[in-house]
Design a protein around this ligand. Structure first.
Ligand code: FAD
Ligand code: NAG
Ligand code: NAG
Ligand code: NAG
Ligand code: NAG
Length: 492
């Protein structure tokens, strides 16, 4: 049976016209990756790392740039993160990529680490930290102490339990960095989560989890809701795991890559000897007798032994033959609006712009048309750059109420992350019993740059182990040399 497959493979590699844009007939590409975000780029990296003999890797990206949801926006002549912005100090793959690629870690600036926070309910501020414009460190220290005490006074001692809840989850997650000898290869998301004791958190909502831990209702409705709305655009009814991850993204020592997080993807692709096809969208994936024919909207067609989908399938129009079946999932859309101008303090019942917090969070309320507003940069007292998140597009009419000056406005509509639920349902890593894979099945656990890299690392090992276990494909390096010999005889 395996021999028969091998023959079919060889025949197909000779008869399928691959890329019609390339001026030579081709044999199969070993691995085709759809998507150039952190998932696709780290998959290419780990495939090369674990199997240096992997032959050709092709990557398809429908946009003119790599990075996907890691992207920058330029406003007021400066660039800012438009999508994924912050990394946790224990995001070790991202940290290693950054070092390996000679990129620079950018820590929070002094103003970002002691920023002022206000919680807005649509009518009034429910909570507001005291702001200081003092540059005196001692003054700053006492003000931040006073702010902590005021927060403790409002939310009670369960505020202190937040850290513990996050730390337990982060520590469990660290198991994914254990050495390959002690860490199994996971063939589905459920097993991967169970092994790190994270699965149970996906069976309850964050709210249920925190009520169970006796968190104060006010803390859940206000501060924690502010955080889940900022990080996932959703309420505390997201899963406990997505909730813990979003709380971890609200702590201190967060970092980003100077000049843009997308450079991690660009660098990994550059170092992994990838044939990159920019502005080429894959429109269909067909299993033709054991391997895959990928067609693109540019009219090209490629034969791939292994095909990996490294993008969410939820809004994708790609045709699969035979059809695949995955649980239905909605993406949460987040509208990122960048404004250069000045907020209107009167809209928030205040007299002066300087009374407005640098981070304005919100609670769940049907009256609210935005989820948060943050200061990205203060150019001068009357000239700021802000970032707003919302679930719907913000109209000019609304923006004209919120802002007294608006010189530049940029809107981005992100299919941002899964709309989380509990109990969570997971799509498979393996979309068929051959070599069609789906990295972003892991996004239902939590969607971050690091979780994408962790899922991609496991996926690289899963692919290589399955190749090793299946005879003709097992001689991975050998197969590629077969392809090469086909290449040398194009007229056959
Ligand atoms: C506003 C926002 C804020 C966020 N904040 C953070 C944060 O602070 N920290 C954090 O860690 N994470 C954050 N995230 C989440 C993070 O961006 C994602 O989890 C992560 O970037 C996903 O990477 P990925 O490679 O899996 O997918 P993507 O980055 O989405 O990559 C998929 C790529 O595939 C391409 N593609 C899709 N279909 C096709 C096709 N048919 N053919 C060819 N190419 C195709 C897409 O164009 C895209 O480039 C945020 C996300 C958003 C939107
Ligand atoms: C990061 O790099 C260090 C040094 O090379 C290595 O010891 C560590 O295992 C790496 N971590 C991960 C998660 O790969
Ligand atoms: C997860 O839940 C199951 C069933 O309720 C329980 O048996 C198991 O001990 C729990 N695991 C962890 C790590 O809490
Ligand atoms: C790609 O990598 C090479 C070294 O391997 C480096 O010289 C070059 O600048 C890199 N290009 C990009 C775009 O990162
Ligand atoms: C913004 O626009 C106003 C007029 O609406 C103008 O007076 C001001 O100089 C502009 N500021 C910047 C920084 O462009």
């Amino acid at each position: 049976m395996f021999t028969a497959t091998l023959i079919t493979l060889s025949l197909l590699s000779l008869t399928i016209p691959s890329s019609s844009s390339d001026h030579q007939p081709q044999s199969t590409t070993d691995v085709c990756i759809i998507g150039s975000g952190i998932a696709g780029s780290s998959l290419a990296h780990f495939l090369r790392k674990y199997s240096p003999t992997t032959a050709q890797i092709r990557m398809f990206e429908r946009h003119p740039v790599v990075g996907g949801r890691m992207a920058t926006v330029t406003i007021a002549g400066e660039t800012f993160e438009a999508g994924a912005s912050i990394l946790h100090p224990k995001n070790y793959h991202a940290l290693n990529f950054t070092h390996m690629l000679n990129l620079k870690v950018k820590g929070p600036s002094a103003s970002e680490s002691s920023f002022s926070l206000g919680i807005w309910d649509g009518q009034k501020f429910l909570f507001k930290t005291i702001d200081s414009n003092s540059k005196n460190q001692i003054v700053q220290y006492f003000i931040s102490l006073a702010n902590s005490l005021r927060m403790l006074f409002r939310y009670g001692v369960s505020l202190l339990k937040m850290n513990t809840f996050v730390e337990v989850t982060v520590d469990n997650f660290l198991k994914y960095y254990e050495s390959e000898e002690s860490r199994p290869i996971f063939s589905n998301v459920e097993d991967m989560l169970k092994w790190a004791d994270l699965y149970n958190l996906t069976t309850h909502t964050l709210e249920e989890e925190l009520v169970g831990l006796k968190f104060s209702p006010l803390l859940i409705q206000e501060l924690i809701t502010v955080i889940t709305r900022i990080n996932y655009g959703q309420s505390v009814r997201i899963s406990g795991l997505a909730g813990a991850v979003s709380l971890a993204g609200s702590g201190g020592d967060l970092w980003s890559v100077e000049g843009g997080n997308w450079q991690m993807a660009a660098g990994l692709i550059n170092q992994s000897d990838v044939t990159l096809h920019l502005q080429e969208e894959i429109s269909s994936i067909t299993n033709v007798g054991g391997f895959y024919e990928l067609k693109s909207t540019n009219g090209n067609s490629y034969a791939c032994q292994i095909t990996v989908v490294a993008t969410p399938l939820d809004e994708l129009t790609t045709q699969f033959t035979p059809e695949i079946s995955i649980p239905e999932r909605k993406l949460q859309h987040t509208y990122a609006t960048f404004v250069r101008g000045l907020l209107n303090p009167a809209y928030f019942g205040l007299n002066s712009v300087s009374d407005l917090p640098e981070l304005l969070g919100t609670i769940e309320s049907s009256e609210l048309q935005f989820t948060c507003i943050s200061v990205l940069k203060e150019h001068n007292a009357n000239d700021f750059t802000y970032k707003l998140f919302s679930r719907q597009s913000l109209t000019d009419a609304l923006l004209d109420q919120i802002f007294s000056i608006r010189n530049e406005t940029i809107r981005i509509n992100w299919g941002a992350y899964p709309h989380y639920q509990a109990p969570e349902e997971f799509a498979p890593f393996m979309l068929d019993d051959r070599h069609l894979y789906y990295v972003n099945a892991f996004e239902n656990a939590a969607s971050t740059m690091e979780t994408s890299a962790v899922a991609a690392e496991n996926m690289a090992r899963l692919i290589l182990s399955r190749l090793a276990g299946q005879q003709p494909l097992g001689s991975y390096g050998l197969k590629s040399s077969t392809s090469d010999s086909n290449l040398q005889h194009p007229e056959l």
